[in-house]
Design a protein. Sequence first.
Length: 427
Amino acid sequence: MRSSVVWHPFTQMRGVESFPEVRSAQADRLTLKDGTTLIDAISSWWVITHGHCHPDIMKAIRDQTRKLDQVIFAGFTHRGAEMLAAALVEMTPPKLTRVFFSDDGSTAVEVALKMALQACKQRGEPQRKLFLAFDCAYHGDTVGAMSVGGEGIFTQSYKHLLFQVVRAGHPTHSQAPVSAYLEDFLSKLETYGHQLAGVVVEPLIQGAGGMIMWPPAAVEEIVLRSQALGIPVIFDEVMTGFGRTGEIFAMDHLAVAPDLVCLSKGLTGGALPLAVTLASEEIYEAFLSEDRHQTFFHGHSFTANPIACAAANASLALIQNPEVRDAWARINSVHRERLAGIKYGEILEDSRCFGTVAAVEIKAPKSGYLAPIGPALYQHAFSQGVLLRPLGNVLYLLPPYCMDLGTLHRVWDVLESCLGLARKTNG
């Protein structure tokens, strides 16, 4: 489709004359204007959980449009939001008792940062003004979310806008010992702990940074050490939530619980934008006061949109189905099988898998998000009927849960053909 006025995200528009037009989608397939079908192997930027146009979610949306489309959420409530909030509290650790609605992952992170900072101030700890975050992190594209993201191509043009962050380094290879993930963090914690308003973590998988996978023991230690010093821990589960790690949430793999959790992407099954930030009762109570200055001053026009809440409630009902858990296990089993037997292993820096997410990191003259090999791999997979979107020299799979085994093996065949292309390119 000719695109003369639309400015597309994360796309260098120079010389781009057209984009493939998607006319429809069903389950794990996208159908283009010319009739071509693509297997959506990345859940359309990690949002589609149960498959495109799942009938239960579509019905919930249609039914809601006949009742209530939108209402101001300051001073009002509605049944869909109350049901959704209650369900999320029930599904998450007991520590998380309050739900604040927003619109996308970046905003959910901004909300958590503001909550943590203001709570510290209102508890009488005004010296806590810094956040600790990690190298290779990605938390979104708003200013606060960029500030706690890793320094690099996504943030360098806006560096003068970003607030100061204490940043901890860590290994990027999946075979590194737990101690290597903690060394720099513990050093920074010792130096800056008394000044920290929060520690921001992508638990178990750092997504856009290259699908970097952390051992659960390292994440648990980060939480324990931080909370022992009275520092709130923020989990950004925007990508990892709703089954991606083989449990409903990444925190379900852990014996500890954070103080704030950010959720979006798969919250509605990918059908509509919606986000929430869950908070502990301790955080919430820091805002209760006769003094209205201590209100949490945040919101947006479409907070807890009823139609989006209806989609989310339908999606959460599907998540409870045992067949969905079986799907997570099947996807993980295929990932592990294919990783173990992968061809052209000599061109890989690393291969890794956690839950429904698998990734291979290709040896390349230039690595990182702008690695030249990325667009070539994208085009090759597209020509084979599969939608992949490499993170530079990192190829990953993050399929919707409806994908059957035959299709998933087909996707892996295409991924291996991408490795064959990379081998020729490197040779």
